[in-house]
Design a protein around this ligand. Structure first.
Ligand SMILES: NC(=O)c1ccc[n+]([C@@H]2O[C@H](COP(=O)([O-])OP(=O)(O)OC[C@H]3O[C@@H](n4cnc5c(N)ncnc54)[C@H](O)[C@@H]3O)[C@@H](O)[C@H]2O)c1
Length: 246
């Protein structure tokens, strides 16, 4: 059992799916949690005193900077950042894809991670501690093809490489930066998959099923905990074995 009493955690994309599951569980472990999302958190989440929603579009530099400062003013520190906000680019070939789709996907998935990681860095640097977990996807390693297309894969590959650079820069200050690459997870994001795609993806997964948000959340919590204090610059597949043999 992990103890996050006295810890302050920011979860982007915390109004849905993996982020929501993580935000709620972090609260139950004693953390004060700031949810950064552009959609309102559910009624149920508003019942937690130590879970505060900050309306944030992660692509907007000033909103991210302002809300990270508000969190630090409110609770005095930031111990962990979980970047789960993201969108997919529903399957289209590269030839069918357009600039607007590229910009939307890359802005949210890559630029959003850059803004949020950069905003917490000086606070964690001063504390000489902090954990950052950025959510990429196995699509970063396959060039898309599961939930999203090549552009989705590229936006997540950027997260992987960026996180390695962040880990190098954060190491001297006790800041760990790790990446989780989920396979398909049963969340609103994966609801658009056709039954045919679901069947073929499950058939290619040794464990024979998609992840639940809790499966990703458990790994996030571990990577944010003191138990993972010597783990940094890791990209961990949580995919039921989908990437076996690669
Ligand atoms: N579900 C999957 O199968 C799967 C697989 C691999 C990776 N991922 C990644 O995991 C992360 C979480 O996905 P999920 O399945 O929980 O999806 P989800 O759609 O349930 O949740 C994503 C959240 O991000 C928020 N968001 C989107 N754009 C935003 C923006 N500009 N600013 C702030 N918030 C924004 C949404 O409002 C939503 O609450 C994403 O980064 C996704 O790419 C998901």
């Amino acid at each position: 059992m992990f103890d996050f009493s006295g810890k302050v955690v920011i979860v982007t994309g915390g109004a849905s799916g993996i982020g929501l599951c993580t935000a709620r569980h972090m609260v139950s472990l004693g953390a004060s949690v700031a949810v950064f999302d552009r959609q309102e958190a559910s009624e149920e989440s508003r019942e937690y005193d130590s879970l505060v929603f900050f309306h944030t579009d992660v692509t907007q530099e000033d909103e991210v900077e302002r809300n990270v400062s508000l969190v630090a003013e409110k609770w005095g520190r930031v111990d962990a950042l979980v970047c789960s906000a993201g969108v997919t680019y529903p399957y289209k070939t590269v030839v069918e894809s357009d600039l607007a789709g590229w910009e939307r996907t890359v802005n949210i998935n890559s630029r959003g991670v850059f803004f949020c990681n950069r905003a917490v860095f000086p606070i964690m640097e001063k504390q000489r501690s902090g954990s950052i977990v950025n959510i990429a996807s196995v699509a970063a390693k396959t060039g898309g093809g599961l939930l999203g297309n090549a552009i989705y894969g590229a936006s997540k590959a950027a997260v992987m490489s960026f996180s390695k650079g962040m880990a190098r820069e954060g190491g001297p200050f006790g800041i760990t930066v790790n990446v989780i690459c989920p396979g398909v997870v049963d969340t609103p994001m994966s609801q658009g998959l056709t039954q045919e795609s679901r069947n073929s993806l499950i058939a290619a997964t040794p464990l024979g099923k998609f992840a639940e948000p809790v499966d990703i959340m458990n790994t996030i919590v571990f990577l944010c905990s003191d138990s993972a204090r010597h783990i940094t610059s890791v990209c961990l597949n949580v995919d039921g074995g989908f990437m076996h043999g690669n």
